[in-house]
Design a protein around this ligand. Sequence first.
Ligand code: FES
Length: 125
Amino acid sequence: MAEVEVCPLAELPPGSVTAAEVDGTRVCVANVHGEVYAVQDSCPHLFANLSAGELKGASIVCPWHDSEFDMRTGSTKRWLPSGMWDLINRTAPPMPPFLEAKLKPSRIRAFRTRVVDGVVRVSDD
Ligand code: FES
């Protein structure tokens, strides 16, 4: 288990996003209405940095193709709405569940966060 200090909580006000690194993995850290959450920073589609995306409520939106992930759980809320996936969904017959599960990740990795003495900390346990 590795735990790192990210920044003072005062430097991450509600609605803001930053990046950190935990044990060699880039992490996207966001303040969602006063609660701090962290997920992997690399989008599972083409590896854009999610920390460069937009925080909408509790969701981080990928800056490249608008996939959306819940910062609280890592669950995928939208997958490729501005890309090929949307085209397939609109034009092709429904995909078998096993194939959809392979092509569309149900979640990304979430990390544990805590605030200690006013400092945001993230760990990979
Ligand atoms: S890189 Fe994130 S949706 Fe394409």
